[in-house]
Ligand binder design. Sequence first.
Ligand code: GMT
Length: 378
Amino acid sequence: MKIGITCYPTYGGSGVVATELGIELAARGHEIHFITYSQPFRLSGRESNIHFHEVAVSNYPLFEHPPYDLALATRMAEVAEFYSLNLLHVHYAIPHSVSALLARQMLATRGIHLPFITTLHGTDITLVGLDRSYLPITKFGIEESDGVTSISSYLRDRTRDAFAITSEIEVIRNFVNCDVYFRDPELVAKMRPRFAESNERLLVHLSNFRPVKRIQDVVKVFARVAKAMPARLMLIGDGPDRSVAEYLAREYDVQDRIHFIGKQDNVNELLPLADLMLMPSEMESFGLAALEAMACSVPTIGTLVGGVPELIEDGHNGLLFKVGDVDSMSTAAIALLGDQQRLEAMARAGRKTAQDHFCASRVIPLYEDYYDRVIART
Ligand code: GMT
């Protein structure tokens, strides 16, 4: 198949999923065309079967806000026609589904058929989409899509309720390449000393540091762990709350024990170095960072929100708490890190969950099958 993919190419779960999906589909012989405003950050640009089409948004003094959605729609239509795409797959409803709808309509006037699928990721529904100024157009874009998928059952139900959508939404959960995300003992032996001494526990958090991630809770939990045992924290990512984290690190006097390592491309080489992942988010429609950690045999302490319970079974392959319950999260982290046997059992269970249910090799065929069904019925 020839598939166009549009996503936010910068740091964020939806862009990661879209990019990894394109990479996996290309490896299975499909021709993939990314249509985005910059090259997705996990693409090297050297992968075969993958093409990148930049959306250039030209400005004009009259425009206070350059019309990206229109430039995107135009580029989608051009690429689809030039490369005879079978399908467009857009990730994150706003504004991508509306741009795809325009592209479909433009091409239809020329007798070209281009179905499009929208994948809902979370904040497009739970935050941005519910903003009154975006709600009607988001609902319209979803309803006009030829197919809609969501990355968890939670998000499907939330979308149906919040947008009063009755059409079918297919749940295809996020995935991880278990051959790329795994714990390689040699790599760990080589790289871990850069981040922690052998007697120290290493905790990790990976996100875009937005308020929804509750970075303040990450630092608070870590500060309590660091009081109880020698420990270090690796903070991977960057975003608006980085200065909050830095401020709190100083407040709790743990600044020398935290590695702020910023945005990283190859998180598969960093996650396996850790003993425990902290994901105390206010909301996660899925929690991709926890899945990536689980595949690397790193259990997560997370929150009982959104789609997280569809991934983490409390007490089995991770631990879940109420949002903001820093006391319980800290107590649990200290107990788990002090019990090597339980920690290892949880790490093994997480790896098994990733392999059994969320490996790319299991999930990608679900997308292929869905593409076939959408193409057949449109
Ligand atoms: O969490 C974010 O701020 C980024 C956001 C995105 O769209 O990039 O993440 C959402 O999509 C991820 C990939 O499907 C999910 O793993 C995240 O749980 C989801 N975030 C939220 O629902 C807050």
